[in-house]
Design a protein around this ligand. Structure first.
Ligand SMILES: Cc1cc2nc3c(=O)[nH]c(=O)nc-3n(C[C@H](O)[C@H](O)[C@H](O)COP(=O)(O)OP(=O)(O)OC[C@H]3O[C@@H](n4cnc5c(N)ncnc54)[C@H](O)[C@@H]3O)c2cc1C
Length: 416
C-alpha cells in the first residue's frame, strides 16, 4: 500500500481519493476551497452517457461562424483573450478532421461502456443510496431537418451503447412535458441519460466520505517536486508533503502544476453559465436539451437549473452574467411559466482539452505522478470511471488498462 497525495477536491479528485482509499492506500487530499462552487457543484447534473461525439468535429465547424456572430449565443469567444487561447484553438481546429473526430468518438465510447457500473461501485463504497434517477432526457428541435439528422446519428449511438430512442411530434412532446407551451418541431427522448438528484449534494457527499477515509489538507498545491525516494507536493503555506505517488486533479488549475514539471499541456476553460431556482416554478420529468440554442434545463430534487453555453475565455476573466439571462429569455419562448427573476446565477469553468478527451494518464517522465483533468463537458459523467482508471494505473497491476489508455495520455501534447 502506498501514500498518495492528490491536488484538487472537485468531483474528479474526490472520486480518485475515494477509490484509492477503498483499496487501502493512505490518501491525502489538498483542496483550498472545500465549500466552494467549482464546475463540479454547479453543473447540469446529467449522466450523459450518449455524449460520445467530440466538440471539435466537421459538422460543428460549419456552425461556428453563425454562433460567433451572436455575442450571447451558444458559443462565444472573449476576443481580448484570443492571443492566450490561440494554441488551444489551433489544436481544436486540427482535432476537427473526420479521422480524428472518429478516433475520439471510439475512445469515449470505450469509457462510456463502463460509466454506469463505475458510478454504482463508487456510490456503494461511499455509502450513497441512489444518487441518480433514470429520467432519460428530451432533446428539443426547432426544425424538422435538425430532428431528422440528429435522430439518424443518435440511433447509431443508441445501438452501440444499448439504449432506446423515441421520436416525438410536438403534441406528443407536450403530453410528456406539459410546461412546454411554445413552438417547436418535435423532440427525441433518449433513455441513455440519467439525472443526479442534485450535483452539489453528490459532490458534498463524496467530499464528506473522503474526509472520513483520507486526510484533508485545506491548502492549494503550488508545486510538484519529484525526489529520489518520494514525490513532494508543496502547499500554499510553503510546507513540503512527501508521498510515494501523487495525482494532479485540480481542474483547469492543473495546468500550472503540469507545466511546473516541464511538460506541455493544452488546457483552457469552456466557461458555462446557469440560473438555479430553489423553488421550481413547474415540474419537468426529465432534462430538456434545447438543441438549437446550446442550453439545458435540469430538474433536481428541490431545484430547477437552466444553463449551458460555451464561452472561451481565460479562467480568471470576469463573468458576464448577461449569458445566464440570455438563456432564461430563450427558454421563456418554450416555457412561458419560467419567471423573469428569482434564480441564482452562476458561472463555472469546464476544464477542456482541444480534442474533448480527458487526460487520464501517468506522467511520461515519472510513473509516480498521475494526471486526471480536462474532462470538459463530461466530468461528472466520467468521474467514477476516472477514479477506477487512475487507481488501476497507479497500482500498475492491470496491463490491459495501461494499453487501452493511449488516447488519454498526456503524451499527445508533448510533440507539437
Ligand atoms: C455549465 C456546466 C454544465 C455542466 N454539466 C455537466 C453535466 O451535466 N454532466 C457532466 O458530466 N459534466 C458536466 N459539466 C462538466 C463538469 O462539471 C466538469 O467536467 C467537472 O466538474 C470537472 O471536475 P474537476 O474536479 O476536474 O474540476 P473542478 O470542479 O474545477 O474542481 C477542481 C478543484 O481543484 C481545486 N484546486 C484548484 N487549484 C488547486 C491547487 N493548486 N491545489 C489543490 N486544489 C486546487 C479547486 O478549488 C476545485 O475544487 C458541466 C460544466 C459546466 C460549467
Amino acid at each position: 500500500m502506498a501514500s498518495i497525495g492528490i491536488a484538487g477536491g472537485g468531483i474528479i479528485g474526490c472520486a480518485i481519493a475515494a477509490t484509492l482509499a477503498a483499496r487501502g492506500h493512505a490518501v491525502t487530499l489538498f483542496e483550498p476551497d472545500l465549500a466552494g462552487l467549482p464546475a463540479s457543484a454547479g453543473n447540469a447534473g446529467i449522466l450523459a452517457v450518449p455524449e460520445v461525439d467530440p466538440i471539435a468535429r466537421p459538422d460543428m465547424l460549419t456552425q461556428v461562424p453563425r454562433w460567433l456572430i451572436d455575442p450571447l449565443g451558444p458559443l462565444t469567444l472573449r476576443w481580448r483573450d484570443l492571443a492566450a487561447l490561440t494554441p488551444w484553438l489551433t489544436a481544436f481546429l486540427r482535432s476537427a478532421s473526420p479521422a480524428r473526430a472518429a478516433a475520439t468518438r471510439a475512445a469515449l465510447l470505450g469509457l462510456m461502456r463502463r460509466v454506469e457500473a463505475d458510478h454504482e461501485a463508487l456510490s456503494a463504497l461511499a455509502g450513497m443510496t441512489d444518487p441518480l434517477r433514470a429520467t432519460g432526457a428530451l432533446t428539443l428541435f426547432d426544425r424538422d431537418a435538425g430532428l431528422e439528422t440528429a435522430f439518424r446519428h443518435e440511433s447509431k449511438t443508441a445501438r452501440e451503447l444499448g439504449f432506446t430512442l423515441e421520436r416525438l411530434g410536438p403534441s406528443e412532446v407536450r403530453a410528456r412535458i406539459p410546461a412546454l407551451d411554445g413552438r417547436f418541431a418535435g423532440g427525441i427522448v433518449s433513455s441513455g441519460y440519467k439525472t443526479f438528484r442534485h450535483p452539489t449534494t453528490f459532490l458534498r457527499a463524496l467530499q464528506t466520505h473522503v474526509g472520513r477515509t483520507a486526510t484533508m489538507v485545506d491548502e492549494a498545491v503550488t508545486a510538484v517536486r519529484p525526489e529520489a525516494r518520494a514525490v513532494a507536493l508543496v502547499s500554499g503555506d510553503g510546507a513540503s508533503h512527501r508521498f510515494d505517488k501523487v495525482v494532479i486533479a485540480a481542474g483547469v488549475w492543473s495546468r500550472s502544476l503540469v507545466r511546473g514539471l516541464g511538460l506541455r499541456v493544452l488546457l483552457e476553460t469552456e466557461r458555462g453559465y446557469n440560473t438555479t431556482y430553489a423553488t421550481p416554478p413547474f415540474e419537468l420529468a426529465m432534462p430538456i436539451f434545447f438543441a438549437d440554442h446550446g442550453f439545458v434545463a435540469s430538474p433536481f430534487e428541490g431545484a430547477l437549473r437552466i444553463g449551458g453555453a460555451v464561452e472561451l475565455a481565460r479562467p480568471e476573466a470576469p463573468p458576464n452574467f448577461a449569458r445566464a439571462r440570455a438563456m432564461r429569455t430563450k427558454m421563456r419562448r418554450y416555457v412561458s411559466a419560467l419567471p423573469e427573476e428569482g434564480g441564482i446565477e452562476w458561472m463555472g469553468r469546464r476544464p477542456s482539452t482541444p480534442d474533448s478527451l480527458p487526460v487520464i494518464s501517468l506522467s511520461p517522465t515519472d510513473p509516480r505522478i498521475a494526471f486526471a483533468f480536462g474532462h470538459g463537458h463530461l466530468g461528472l459523467t466520467l468521474s467514477a470511471t476516472t477514479g477506477r482508471l487512475i487507481a488501476d494505473l497507479l497500482d500498475g497491476n492491470d496491463p490491459e488498462t495501461a494499453r487501452g489508455m493511449a488516447p488519454f495520455s498526456l503524451n499527445r501534447f508533448q510533440h507539437g
